[in-house]
Design a protein around this ligand. Structure first.
Ligand code: NAP
Length: 244
């Protein structure tokens, strides 16, 4: 993947940060995108300390204007994006009966519409290069459903449909589009869950441990590689066997 440009959304922490470190280790020049630029600079520092290139771009996935701006800045200053990892996401959990329109809209616009608009931004450049990799981070619950997360699950299931459709549209241009569906991974997103719930969740995981951000990054790194060139439109489950 040497010198290819990889843009990772939500690269300031958790799974996105691990993806950025793994891709840069594999030789990519990484563009780190999220809202908190200070945090992104810290990650960029870690990448540069290993002698690799990293750029930082401010991006709000809930805003189509911000997405457009971030990608045109990236194209102008760093070059065409060869690898896009759509990782940024939020949760606003609650039972469907009482879910506020704001909570539905915020999750769908950040997780699903944002990912679609980001993909739109990179397609032309990838078509020109006749090479591209798009990797969408879905979730095990996008496949299984989950009570209390109708908005998040709809966004993650939507990403799987989007992945398959874009894979079909883009295959003739040598652009692959795949999804990775993590199980329970220890990050800020899952930190708020109660110890009791975590204990209960653990009993549903055949491999008997929670995932690490690096477990997800390994699948992303593979899908971004030349070796994965014959894989498109698929969902790789990285969930310890929690859903098969
Ligand atoms: P996290 O620790 O909460 O990090 C989320 C990242 O997304 C942060 O870098 C955050 O940065 C960024 N982000 C949030 N809203 C954004 C916005 N509007 N615009 C731009 N960036 C935004 O989450 P994580 O656990 O690493 O999850 C990463 C991905 O894996 C997500 O797609 C998540 O749904 C998926 N996933 C996670 C788990 C899990 O157990 N952790 C399981 C299944 C799937 P800023 O706040 O600075 O913007």
């Amino acid at each position: 993947m040497s010198n290819r440009i990889a843009l990772i959304t939500g690269a300031s922490r958790g799974i996105g940060k691990a993806c950025a470190l793994a891709l840069s280790e594999a030789g990519a020049r990484v563009v780190l995108a999220a809202r908190n630029v200070e945090k992104l600079e810290e990650v960029a520092g870690e990448v540069r300390a290993k002698g690799r290139e990293a750029f930082v771009v401010s991006l709000d996935m809930s805003s189509p204007e911000s997405i457009k701006e971030a990608f045109s800045k990236t194209a102008k200053e760093f070059g065409p994006v060869h690898i896009l990892v759509n990782n940024a996401a939020i949760t606003r959990d609650g039972l469907a009966l009482r879910m506020k329109p704001d909570d539905w809209n915020a999750v769908i616009s950040t997780n699903l519409s944002g990912a679609f608009f980001a993909m739109q931004q990179v397609l032309q450049g990838m078509m020109k290069e006749r090479w591209g990799r798009i990797i969408n981070i879905s979730s095990v619950v996008g496949e299984s459903g989950n009570a209390g997360q109708a908005n998040y699950v709809a966004s993650k299931a939507g990403l799987i449909g989007l992945t398959k459709s874009l894979a079909q549209e883009m295959a003739s241009r040598n652009i692959t589009v795949n999804a990775v569906a993590p199980g329970f991974v220890e990050t800020d997103m899952t930190q708020a869950l109660s110890p009791e719930l975590k204990e209960r969740l653990l009993t549903t995981i055949p491999l008997k441990r929670f995932g690490k951000p690096e477990d997800i990054a390994a699948a992303v790194r593979f899908l971004a590689s030349d070796e994965a060139g014959y894989i498109t439109g698929t969902v790789i489950d990285v969930n310890g066997g929690m859903y098969m």
